[in-house]
Design a protein around this ligand. Structure first.
Ligand code: XIL
Length: 319
């Protein structure tokens, strides 16, 4: 039942372009997207600033196009994301709303967006990056700051009401090794389940850097959530590296990268209900990494011309 997915590029600040998205004009990109994956995640197109640019205006075009593409190619969709501190529109972040208004705005947004794609989304990242590294709730998140952490449970309830069949996930980075952040998620997951909140899964984004070593305890982390009866997933895997002078990775770096990718896939395969293995883009051509992590890059499984790297072959041979 394991789905193999990728983010669908588009709308990112790093691409310096908005709609149309690469997959609508880059034919080779579109071909690989259709051929290699049976799950897709909009990289930006369902985030608040894109899909809800003004208080009373939604922009569904780019997200609709991805959902349609997925349908045509027998792919499922991971919706991303509903409650996050980043990529929110100014009208929301800078608006002068009462608590009751803010709550109504979030409820409305979730009901509208999740409702629009009812029956067409396999999994939703309902809550994204809600904890800091120290395991405390992120106060940059306007909903958590203004409404308190109980809003997380409400977000799950509203999403469930809008699409009862979608699997609803907690999603974060920095949860590939045990530690206080993972502890915080485990405690939250237990609490939500005890309170009968419709939580279905816990996901590691798995944005990895070769600076920090291979995620050799990821399986154990995922297992803790599997033990709670949850699905687990890898949702945004990429493996960045320090690029040598000239920009091209060495053969040795590419082998190391392939081993990291394999470690993550093996972890997912070893855990019974790990049901999605998604990489955050499949070609370096559109990867967010070089823009967000200076001096690092080459983080995906294909080069700029869709040439396959060792990581591609390793994943293929492992599946
Ligand atoms: C990134 C996108 O890849 C970029 O295009 C965008 O400019 C910024 O966001 N965690 C997440 C993703 O949950 O949504 C982020 O995606 C990467 C980190």
């Amino acid at each position: 039942d394991l789905r193999i997915g990728t983010a669908v590029a588009g709308g990112g600040h790093h691409l310096e372009q908005e709609y149309p998205d690469p997959f609508t004009y880059d034919k080779p990109y579109r071909k690989v997207l259709a051929r290699e994956f049976n799950s897709v995640s909009p990289e930006n197109q369902m985030k608040w600033e894109f899909i809800h640019p003004e208080r009373r205006k939604y922009n569904f075009g780019p997200a609709d196009a991805i959902v349609k593409f997925a349908r045509q190619h027998g792919q499922v969709v991971r919706g991303h994301t509903l409650l996050w501190h980043s990529q929110n529109p100014a009208w929301l972040e800078e608006g002068d709303f009462t608590k009751a208004e803010l709550r109504a705005i979030l409820k409305d947004h979730i009901s509208t967006v999740v409702g629009r794609y009812r029956g067409k989304i396999q999994q939703w990242d309902v809550a994204n990056e809600i904890f800091n590294e120290n395991g405390e709730y992120r106060q940059e998140n306007i909903f958590i700051r203004e409404l308190g952490p109980g809003i997380v449970a409400d977000a799950f309830r509203w999403a469930h009401r809008a699409d009862p069949k979608a699997q609803l996930f907690l999603n974060d980075y920095g949860v590939d090794w045990p530690g206080v952040k993972v502890d915080a998620y485990e405690a939250l997951a237990k609490q939500l389940l005890a309170d009968r909140v419709p939580l279905d899964g816990f996901a590691s984004q798995a944005h990895l850097s070769m600076r920090y070593g291979a995620p050799d305890q990821l399986q154990a982390v995922l297992q803790r959530f599997d033990d709670l009866g949850l699905y687990t997933a890898i949702t945004e895997l990429d493996v960045r590296m320090d690029l040598p002078e000239g920009g091209a990775p060495t053969a040795e770096q590419l082998q190391t990268q392939a081993a990291y990718y394999k470690t993550v896939l093996d972890a997912c395969l070893a855990v019974e209900d790990c049901n999605s293995f998604t990489i955050w883009g499949f070609t370096d051509k559109y990867s967010w990494v070089p823009v967000f992590f200076p001096a690092e890059g080459a983080a995906t499984v294909m080069g700029d011309n869709f040439e396959r790297k060792p990581a591609y072959y390793t994943l293929r041979d492992t599946l």
